[in-house]
Design a protein around this ligand. Structure first.
Ligand code: SF4
Length: 363
């Protein structure tokens, strides 16, 4: 195999005694011969080192509501410039973004954009943040870091949407540049990560603890509930207890609906009742803010004061329809602080989705 595309240098690798070079970014630890790519497809061995082939190249840009990431407690109502590259270091059979994450075609990367161009575009379009999403920023770490630095120089915040399948060293380097993260906790069973995602659970739990306990990053979690696979009451009970005990009660959890896709078309859509049940279990176990997603459910998507129950943020889909926080992010009724990152007033972006072209190439 030949490693073409751009060859951006990387540092997270080391040489093995048998002559191969091992990538140290994620727990896969791909050991590569010259010309081979890792499982993520975007990192590969060229000229005896590991290079990143997607630096400066994107599968598309879009201005989204921050609620869509999903983040419910990070600058609500504001616009976020979202982008991704190609490839992924997990192989989830239910992938909901497989056209990007499983892309073997560098042609998917229609846009070229420097970190400075992305930051400038976000500022020009009134975005408060830039999100690394669509595919996992872990695998394009060097590009994400440079984009984050360019954003911070302009006062733009940064958001990582990731599966958290990353080694501690690169994780610290990446999350040091992030202001917020939504990390998937796909299941609480090793067998699910192994059989359905071709990965492991423990590295994800380690990343969650690292981000929640050792960084100032605002963290929210997402679990896509797949009927019959990861929606059991016992599993959700154990998962949500772990979240409260190890990460704390203020880490919001999002339970979102699966739709049949990629290699998993034999499962039905997640019933809204399953999402509501997961939310109930989380709240009963002490998670202060649990949400449903990908369904119409105003109660399941409202932020309530964990102390007095007043509605702090009412939502209709991605639109904010009620605001009950004071300028310091406290409940306007009882004065209890709500965990999160809040402006004195909510943003007004609403539910709009606006595709953006930056440095588009000729097809
Ligand atoms: S980041 Fe990619 S190349 Fe590196 S270990 Fe993970 S899958 Fe392999």
């Amino acid at each position: 195999m030949h490693v073409d595309g751009s060859r951006h240098p990387t540092t997270w690798w080391h040489r093995l005694e048998d002559g191969r070079v091992r990538c140290d970014v994620c727990p896969r630890g791909c050991a590569l011969h010259e010309g081979q790519r890792g499982l993520c497809f975007v990192r590969g061995r060229a000229d005896d080192t590991i290079v990143l082939t997607t630096y400066g190249r994107s599968s598309g840009f879009c201005v989204d509501p921050i609620e869509k990431k999903p983040l419910a407690h990070f600058l609500p109502g504001t616009a976020v410039l979202s982008f991704g590259t190609a490839g992924c270091n997990l192989a989830c059979r239910f992938c909901q973004n497989w056209d990007i994450s499983k892309s073997r075609e560098v042609d998917t990367l229609a846009d070229e954009a420097s970190p400075e161009e992305i930051a400038e575009t976000a500022e020009r379009l009134g975005c408060r943040s830039v999100a690394f999403t669509y595919n996992d920023p872990v695998i394009f770490l060097e590009y994400a870091i440079d984009v984050a630095d360019a954003c911070h120089a302009r006062g733009i915040r940064t958001v990582a949407v990731t599966a958290g399948y990353v080694e501690p060293g690169p994780a610290r380097q990446l999350f040091a540049r992030m202001d917020a993260a939504n990390i998937d906790l796909k299941s609480f069973r090793e067998s699910f990560y192994h059989d359905v995602c071709a990965g492991h659970l423990q590295p994800v739990l380690d990343t969650l603890e690292l981000v929640a306990l050792d960084t100032p990053v605002w963290l929210e979690l997402t679990t896509l509930l797949i009927p019959g696979l990861n929606d059991g009451e016992g599993e959700l009970d154990a998962m949500t207890r772990w979240v409260v005990e190890r990460l704390g009660p203020d880490v919001p959890m999002h339970f979102t609906a699966f739709h049949p896709d990629w290699k998993m078309r034999d499962r039905p859509l997640t019933p809204p009742s399953t999402l509501a049940r997961a939310r109930r279990i989380a709240l009963a176990n002490g998670v202060r803010h649990a949400y449903t997603g990908n369904v119409v459910d105003p109660e399941g998507q409202a932020t309530r004061c964990h102390w007095c129950g007043a509605v702090l943020i009412g939502r209709d889909g991605y639109d904010l329809i009620a605001w009950g926080l004071d300028a310091e992010g406290r409940c306007a009724v009882c004065g209890t602080s709500c965990a999160g990152v809040f402006d004195p007033v909510p943003g007004r972006w609403g539910s709009r989705r606006m595709p953006v072209r930056i440095g588009a190439r000729d097809a």
